[in-house]
Design a protein around this ligand. Structure first.
Ligand SMILES: C[S@@+](CC[C@H](N)C(=O)[O-])C[C@H]1O[C@@H](n2cnc3c(N)ncnc32)[C@H](O)[C@@H]1O
Length: 431
């Protein structure tokens, strides 16, 4: 146990303290705080720790608002930091990643786009089942505790309707005595629950993941999809409610399968796509590749300004959704192909020809050096990279710049208030 003064924030959101030049990353510590912290992982040149007591709060501290059983919400680790300071840290971390990890300079770092809603912005949350005080609880794992579930009554990251849906499933489990799955004992049924919401369509979709045990039918009006994690089930598997979730984005109608990716902040997805569209700078005739296209949202929202759009995505259901989404919006200049960015870019160039603009929107690990090479072979005049992780954008950006692109501008967009997650859009132009 140590008393530590937190002086800054690391990538990933933990506080940084220094003791005689030795760095300690402190979960739950924010800049300016003096905390008592328990060392959780002592390592050679640094240590990891967890704040157990706030001895003196930093000047930018604000009261925690989202609490579950008295504990700060694990989904909102930066909620104790004034929102204006959160924005400053996020913009600084994008700058630092590009300069320090990517070795880049000379780019324009635009102002960060603040979130429209600081709370109740998530359209998707995943909860775990557990037991508290001999009752079924449905909530989040306590930080760093995979064996402990903290029950949630009202999470301020979810809408009121999303909270009500979760609570309804919990009450059903209690009323019908369907037990949470207990991994060490191998008993029980209920593993986790995903609640997804169409913010504009008003739909709620819940996905219940269970063991293959028989249990009573859950309330159908929750659009419940039951998955069986272990293959074969005697329970009510399959779709009991509506299978597809609908949402409107940038004036278009979208439909998504329950396992397809969709931006978790609907309102900010529109702002993010507006930045990507501005950076793409389309004038009407361009051939656009939308790599990592999901259900086709970015490419389809740009299709009216493009000559043609080609989407590539690894999840076949998402591609089927993208094709239907093009059709339902009467977009005729978009094609979608199921495949990996690793192996699918060369065949795409053979089928479509070389693109003028490439849109990239990979998951958090970013692109492998080999995929960057495939992108370079496209010889696009412009690459617009939507990144949810500046520390993986940075090496990809360095590789693009090394190969002759100029990193022109970068704009951070705050999709995830109260968390350290950073989204940004970067524009690369070929000289
Ligand atoms: C951050 S999401 C972006 C989706 C979409 N652009 C949007 O805005 O909703 C990343 C997408 O990449 C897909 N993906 C992951 N690995 C991939 C790969 N190797 N090749 C192609 N797509 C991949 C995921 O299934 C997911 O749909």
């Amino acid at each position: 146990m140590l008393e530590l003064a937190i002086d800054s924030l690391a990538f990933g959101g933990r506080g940084v303290a220094r003791v005689d030049g030795y760095v300690v990353f402190v979960a739950g510590g924010l800049p300016g705080d003096l905390v008592r912290a328990e060392i959780t992982k002592p390592k050679g040149r640094f240590a990891e720790a967890r704040a157990v007591e706030l001895v003196r709060p930093g000047a930018d501290r604000v009261p925690n608002r989202c609490l579950h059983e008295g504990e700060p919400c694990p989904g909102a680790p930066w909620q104790g930091l004034d929102y204006a300071r959160q924005l400053v840290h996020k913009r600084d971390q994008v700058d630092e990643a590009l300069r320090r990890i990517g070795g880049l300079d000379g780019f324009e770092l635009e102002q960060i786009e603040p979130a429209v809603e600081q709370w109740r912005y998530r359209n998707k949350l995943e909860y775990s089942f557990g037991v508290r005080d001999e009752q079924t609880a449905l909530g989040f794992h306590a930080s760093g505790r995979w064996d402990l579930v903290v029950g949630v009554e009202d999470c301020l990251l979810a809408s009121e309707r999303g909270n009500a849906a979760r609570n309804e499933v919990r009450e059903w489990a209690r009323d019908e005595s369907v037990a949470p799955y207990d991994r060490p004992a191998g008993t029980g049924t209920l593993c986790n629950l995903v609640v997804r919401e169409g913010r504009r369509s008003g739909q709620i979709q819940t996905r219940l993941v269970t063991t293959p045990k028989r249990f009573p039918r859950p309330p159908v009006d929750l659009h419940t999809v039951i998955e069986d994690g272990a293959g074969g089930s005697e329970g009510p598997t399959g779709v009991l409610g509506e299978e597809m979730l609908r949402e409107q984005l940038c004036g278009l109608d979208f439909e998504m399968s329950y396992n397809a990716f969709f931006q978790t902040n609907t309102e900010m997805a529109e702002r993010l796509y507006a930045v990507a569209a501005e950076y793409a700078g389309l004038s009407g005739g361009e051939r656009v590749f939308d790599l990592y296209c999901g259900i086709g949202t970015i490419g389809l929202t740009m299709a009216a300004k493009a000559g043609e759009v080609w989407g590539l995505e690894i999840v076949p259901n998402a591609i089927a959704d993208a094709e239907r989404n093009a059709e339902r919006n009467r977009i005729e200049n978009a094609r979608f192909i199921a495949g990996s960015a690793r192996t699918g870019v060369r065949p795409l160039v053979e089928a479509a020809g070389k693109p003028d603009v490439v849109l990239l929107d990979p998951p958090r690990p970013g692109l492998s050096p080999k995929i960057v090479r495939r992108v370079l072979e496209c010889e696009a005049k412009r690459i617009v990279y939507v990144s949810c992780n500046p520390t993986t954008l940075a090496p990809n950006a360095a590789q693009l710049v090394e190969a002759g692109y100029t990193l022109r501008r970068v704009k951070p967009v705050d999709m995830f208030p109260q968390t350290p997650h950073i989204e940004c859009v970067a524009e690369f132009d070929k000289a």
